[in-house]
Design a protein around this ligand. Structure first.
Ligand SMILES: Cc1ncc(COP(=O)(O)O)c(C=O)c1O
Length: 415
């Protein structure tokens, strides 16, 4: 009688069980022992707590009291005032591309959504149709999800471009430019707009100009990932300089923007994919295809995060408050950097530590080797990434001494 088969035709027992490292404690509650978590990719206050930005609290109240709002579906491409203002934030008030009507936005599920939708579009329509063979270049190292996002979109040829020079603890500009020179024309390059994750090392303005010149000559496609606008320098405009420069140089490009960090809206999943095209007609055609892609992936986006961002960006007073909140976060990171460096230098920790203050944004590539990282985790219960990356927001005035002396011990014991 029962039509239910005893075997579902799928060998679940053969499925490998995986753990996503950055999502934290999947298998249960956090360990009871007192630990210091430096592997998270989120802001923390000096009390080690998540921070709801005061401007966000205010706007949430405003939204809650607005009787005209409801929970109807948003348009497939998202809230129009969010999309337009998100693009304006990254491209700038005076963007010629915006004035020329050749910018479009797609509201996405965080920065990841922007990358995924952009990658899907490129695989379908860039450099031929269904062009899975176009090489996609990702910096070495990079945010670990970049690779998988492009693989999941169907790209088969994911390559690394040189970025980090471990010996000098800085940018390997020569290697990067060589890799661009030798990349096949029309290759896609994923570029971190600012506050490179995980190295905290960005090209200087002069270096960005060199990068743009090679990319232009070699017909390479810039796909910017802007996950930390405002976090790097505390200034939104400065952190968007590279994207704006590329646009001013006439590039057609994508820029995936995340508002997870700079609005502290991690779980609202709010991001935007800015599309800069040659002309208005091109952009409209691209957006029509984006609509088709979004329809089958998340159908239409959630509203709360987009409302918060749009309300903030469209009101001069709230906008000013937000900029101030962003600066508060950036300044705390800067302070922790200088305090950590000062302590390491005062302890006489072997090696040079100027990179701690030269790097920017949430992350620092400490330069700790795998043995030193293991010591930090096992003996000191300071959890950092295997690469030696730490989230500077894990540092507080209360744990600075402990962290500095632990690094000192680790470096002294395992040189
Ligand atoms: C470089 C980079 N890109 C994108 C993202 C994704 O951001 P979101 O949480 O908005 O998807 C992150 C988050 O850590 C990131 O570091």
């Amino acid at each position: 009688i029962s039509a239910v088969p005893s075997q579902v035709g799928f060998p679940y027992s053969a499925l490998p069980q995986v753990i996503c490292p950055t999502l934290g404690y999947r298998q249960g509650p956090p360990p009871r022992r007192k630990t210091l978590l430096f592997s998270l990719a989120a802001y923390r206050t000096d009390e080690g707590q998540p921070w709801v930005l005061p401007v966000v609290k205010k706007v949430e109240q405003k939204i809650a009291n607005d009787a005209s709002l409801n929970h109807e579906y948003l348009p497939i491409l998202g809230l129009p005032e969010f999309r337009a203002n998100a693009s304006r934030i990254v491209l700038g008030e005076d963007s010629r591309a915006i004035k020329e009507n050749r910018v479009g936005g797609v509201q996405c599920l965080g920065g990841t959504g922007g990358l995924r939708i952009g990658a899907e579009f490129l695989r379908r329509w860039y450099n031929g149709t269904n062009n899975t063979a176009t090489p996609v270049y990702i910096s070495s190292p990079s945010w670990e999800n970049h690779n998988s996002v492009f693989v999941n979109a169907g790209f088969k040829d994911i390559r690394a471009y040189r970025y980090w020079d471990a010996a000098k603890r800085g940018l390997d500009l020569e290697g990067l430019l060589e890799d661009m020179e030798s990349a096949p024309e029309f290759s896609i390059f994923v570029l971190h707009a600012c506050a490179h994750n995980p190295t905290g090392t960005d090209p200087t303005l002069e270096q960005w100009k060199q990068i743009a010149a090679v990319m232009k000559r070699r017909f390479l496609f810039p796909f910017f990932d802007s996950a930390y606008q405002g976090f790097a320098s505390g200034c939104l405009d400065r952190d968007a300089w590279a994207v704006r420069y590329f646009v001013s140089e006439g590039f057609e490009l994508f820029c995936a923007q995340s508002f997870s960090k700079n609005f502290g809206l991690y779980n609202e999943r709010v991001g935007n994919l800015s599309v800069v095209g040659k002309d208005a007609d091109n952009v409209q055609r691209v957006l029509s295809q984006m609509e088709k892609i979004v329809r089958t992936i998340w159908s239409n986006p959630p509203s709360q995060g987009a409302r918060i961002v749009a309300t903030t960006l469209t009101c001069p007073q709230l906008f000013a408050e937000w900029k101030d909140n962003v600066k508060t976060m950036a300044d705390r990171v800067l302070l922790m950097r200088s305090e950590l460096r000062a302590r390491l230098q005062a302890l006489g920790t072997p090696g040079t530590w100027n990179h701690i203050t030269e790097q920017i944004g949430m992350f620092s590539f400490t330069g700790l080797n795998p043995k030193q990282v293991e010591y930090m985790i096992k003996e000191k219960h300071i959890y950092l990434m295997a690469s030696g990356r730490i989230n500077m927001c894990g540092l507080t005035t209360k744990n600075l001494d402990y962290v500095a002396s632990s690094i000192h011990e680790a470096v002294t014991k395992f040189q």
